[in-house]
Design a protein around this ligand. Sequence first.
Ligand code: VGL
Ligand code: ZN
Length: 210
Amino acid sequence: MELNLKNGALIIVDVQNDFIPGGSLAVKEGDQVVPVINSLQHKFETVVATQDFHPANHGSFAANHPGKTPGEFIDLNGLTQILWPVHCVQGSRGAEFHKDLEIKNQITIFQKGMNPEVDSYSGFYDNARRGDTGLGDFLKEKGIRTVFVAGLALDYCVKFTALDAISLGFETYLIVDSTRAVNLQPIDGDLAIQQMESVGVKIIYSNELI
Ligand code: VGL
Ligand code: ZN
């Protein structure tokens, strides 16, 4: 496949210590995406990274709902919210990017999840689609037409970032070997891929870009 990367951007989603084995919301093999993503960065003029960046009182943390445990569902200001372990708290080591992820100065970082009242999976909007990180306008101002999504986790933040990218009119690719799923249910990663494909996300492997 010939892919024109000229008007393309790489979106690196949430490659942070808490999503890596040893972290509080560890994704199995999450560390394995790092060398793949590093090998792709030089292909793109535009590289952005998202960073899950919660205050300690965030409403998605089970610990902030007495008697609740991770994996349970609650209503959070009108949205169904699955409860998570405390993760990616602002200023904590878990919120930092994996130490081997190459973060060069031309990478622009978009933080999300700062509002304790609503969770924020996508790199573009919060889950209520009210808060906007500015990523969509940033990409459009650069003339970006195609985005390539990589990172963690496939069945949450990667999926919702890709779905929003499609809804904003970007041609959207998932680099499938540059992501891993949380898989609360073992099938979740596969379902996420199906859902993305059903709205037009194209699935590619990193070696198709090299
Ligand atoms: C994520 C759950 C909660 C993710 C972030 O990056 O996929 N998942 N917060
Ligand atoms: Zn989070």
